[in-house]
Ligand binder design. Structure first.
Ligand SMILES: NC(=O)c1ccc[n+]([C@@H]2O[C@H](COP(=O)([O-])OP(=O)(O)OC[C@H]3O[C@@H](n4cnc5c(N)ncnc54)[C@H](O)[C@@H]3O)[C@@H](O)[C@H]2O)c1
Ligand SMILES: [Zn+2]
Ligand SMILES: [Zn+2]
Length: 369
């Protein structure tokens, strides 16, 4: 079967729309027709070469789809089901999945290779294998059955796409990794697609004050719209506000979700938290060897502070995505408001240009356009 897809070839080049051959699902796999795909900053890091993966690859890891076919042995998913893709498979069997930490599934590393769980590829460009991460910037994709979560059909597929990455990652950064409690004061640095959901998580968890920090005025407005109590353009202003609001105590939790994390962002978060407070580092700097953490260790010790990394917001996608859907259905979690622009697959470069220009909370490729 043929599929049109946006691929990354390397050298910081643009997304290229090509026609690829797609294999039918093998044992334990499902073939999907994409409905919508979110434009996450992480994919741009792959395109620009800051995150090193095997290329060429169909990037995109945020998306919703309809199941078209299932391979041998697939019993829990059937054609016609609506699904959300998960960017890290959840095998259910490894030590991490078995202990309720499936965001750390041992198969997570396949993202850097882009193959299926058995190490082989389903996308091909002539004789060459093309990876997928799992690949949502494509009309169709074949993935492991462990890379999808079935969702109720009444959930609109466009908003469902956000449940793949930015919503659970941001929400979980506050609620699960940050452990925000009722009455807490929370600061979120960088309120794009991921950060605005850290704001939502803190609000839903009952935080008293939620301070959103982003230099883009429209993102500050959006944060206030989803429940932030304050929104400012920089961490110096946030620090003044925190000192005033908490009478010098500081924030309980500070979440770092800037698109390109620098040591100064983590230092600001570290300075903002109270004794015994927690910094959650969710944003990345692409490459694995950039040093983004440089902190005064004596203060870390004497002030009993915690600095925690967070992948996938610490969620268990199979159980937490349904919880997030229920919050959406109850009107507590805002998703429709987060889609600020829609693009066709051919407009993917335009979508990322808009992301760089600060125009979107989440731009979405809408395959129905
Ligand atoms: N850990 C994970 O599991 C995980 C998952 C997805 C994304 N990410 C990472 O999260 C980060 C955010 O991704 P996104 O898709 O939300 O990106 P985004 O571009 O939508 O949002 C980033 C925001 O940070 C703001 N910003 C930039 N510099 C700032 C500063 N100095 N102070 C305050 N705000 C600043 C930008 O204006 C923007 O609104 C990226 O680094 C991405 O790679 C991590
Ligand atoms: Zn993402
Ligand atoms: Zn696992």
């Amino acid at each position: 079967m043929k599929t049109r897809a946006a691929i990354v070839r390397g050298n910081n080049g643009p997304w290229e729309i090509v026609e690829l051959e797609l294999d039918a699902p093998k044992r334990g796999e499902v073939q999907l027709r994409m409905a919508a795909a979110g434009l996450c900053h992480s994919d741009d890091m792959v395109r620009s070469g800051l995150t090193v993966v095997r290329l060429p690859a169909v990037a995109g890891h945020e998306g919703s789809a309809v199941v078209e076919a299932v391979g041998e042995g697939v019993t829990q998913i059937k054609p016609g089901d609506h699904v959300v893709l998960v960017f890290s498979p959840t095998c259910g069997q490894c030590r991490f999945c078995a202990s309720g930490q499936s965001n750390l599934c041992d198969y997570g590393g396949i993202m850097t290779v882009g193959g299926l769980l058995d190490g082989t590829f389903r996308f091909h460009d002539g004789a060459n294998d093309v990876g997928g991460m799992p690949g949502t910037f494509t009309e169709r994709v074949t993935v492991s059955e462990h890379s999808v979560v079935v969702i109720p059909k009444e959930i609109p597929l466009d908003v469902a796409a956000l449940l793949s990455c930015c919503v659970p990652t941001g929400w979980g950064s506050s609620v699960i990794v940050g452990g925000v409690k009722p009455g807490d004061t929370v600061m979120v640095i960088g309120t794009g697609g991921v950060g605005i959901n850290a704001v939502q998580g803190a609000v839903i968890a009952g935080a008293r004050y939620v301070i959103a920090v982003d230099p883009v005025a429209f993102k500050q407005e959006k944060s206030l719209e989803v429940g932030a109590t304050h929104a400012v353009s920089n961490t110096d202003d946030a620090q003044k506000l925190l000192t005033e609001l908490t009478r010098g105590v500081g924030a309980d939790v500070a979440v770092v979700t800037t698109n390109w994390v620098e040591a100064s962002h983590i230092r600001s978060a570290f300075d903002a938290i109270r004794k015994g407070g927690t910094v959650v580092v969710t944003g990345t700097a692409g490459s694995m060897d950039v040093n983004t953490v440089s902190l005064p260790g004596t203060i870390l010790a004497w002030w009993h502070k915690t600095v925690r990394g967070a992948v996938y917001g610490g969620v268990n996608p199979q159980s937490d995505i349904p919880r997030l859907i229920e919050l959406y259905q109850a009107g507590r979690l805002k998703l429709d408001e987060l889609i600020t622009q829609r693009y066709t697959l051919d407009q993917v470069n335009e979508g990322y240009a808009d992301l760089h220009a600060g125009k979107n909370i989440r731009g979405v490729i809408d395959f129905t356009l």
